[in-house]
Design a binder for this molecule. Structure first.
Ligand SMILES: [Fe+2]
Length: 263
């Protein structure tokens, strides 16, 4: 099963607007060109939040229309810049807002970690209980064996000092649920605008770069990175293994505002 993850597109209602000097529509289109060139057969596309910078219907519509060119179903979850209500009611894409996607032996669980008006994330009782119920259902039914959990916010703290506090606030509760179920193979997220791939208690944690600006890891204060925008592909294998790579735009230099102290 071939999954493509596109995250943190930060599109504006007005496609001419830039984020820290970088036109997010332009960089999104360059990443989409790359996806179209590289990916011949996609089973599902996951948009893991910060789809829009300004939560405008126009930005969501442009994202959804671009997804159509990939000829695969897409599903999305909100990030800190998004508005759940706008995404949920965007016609004719209401079906893209869902908690569960079944792909062969795999269950993909989509969680909403957004908190209205806040940069940090939190999984409310409904999301946490839904996660637990979905994992119990997988353990009890043999047709689905492996789980990929998706959310926008990082459940493990980022490596830059300024990132303290912007991740998932109730990450301990979330990780306690993940740790209780042996069917979870990976947790997939965005938010940190950088590539991460590590193991924790037998579960793989994958963070994917944004399609626009990148955050430099392991620094004290906010700093943009020079690496190019990207997407991630994942092969979900029937035996529970995951092959995955981040693919970056090449041959193009994006201009960004390196003097900025926040985004
Ligand atoms: Fe973001």
């Amino acid at each position: 099963m071939r999954v493509v993850q596109i995250t943190d597109t930060h599109l504006f209602g007005d496609a001419r607007v830039a984020l820290l000097k970088l036109n997010t529509q332009d960089s999104f289109e360059k990443v989409m060109d790359l996806v179209i060139r590289n990916e011949t057969s996609i089973d599902v596309v996951l948009g893991t939040g910060d789809i829009a910078q300004d939560a405008s219907p126009e930005a969501y519509l442009r994202f959804a229309q671009a997804m159509q060119s990939l000829k695969a179903p897409f599903y999305w979850i909100p990030g800190n810049h998004d508005r759940r209500q706008v995404m949920e009611s965007l016609s004719p894409w209401e079906h893209a807002f869902t908690n569960l996607v079944t792909l062969g032996k795999w269950q993909i669980i989509m969680l909403d970690s957004s908190v209205m008006g806040e940069v940090y994330g939190c999984l409310n009782d409904r999301e946490l209980q839904g996660l637990e119920k979905s994992l119990q259902a997988v353990q009890q039914h043999s047709e689905v064996e492996h789980v990929l959990v998706c959310l926008h916010h990082n459940p493990v703290e980022g490596s830059a000092a300024w990132m303290a506090g912007i991740g998932l606030h109730n990450n301990e509760e979330f990780l306690a649920v993940i740790d209780r179920f042996t069917c979870v193979r990976a947790v997939l997220y965005g938010h940190l605008h950088q590539e991460l791939d590590f193991q924790r208690k037998g579960v793989r944690y994958l963070c994917t770069p944004s399609t626009c600006i990148q955050f430099k890891p392991e620094v004290q204060d906010f700093m943009l990175d020079d690496v190019n925008p990207a997407y991630r592909w994942l092969n979900l294998l029937p035996d529970g293994r995951i092959e995955s790579e981040v693919v970056r735009v090449t041959g193009y230099v994006f201009e960004v505002d390196h003097t900025s102290t926040r985004y």
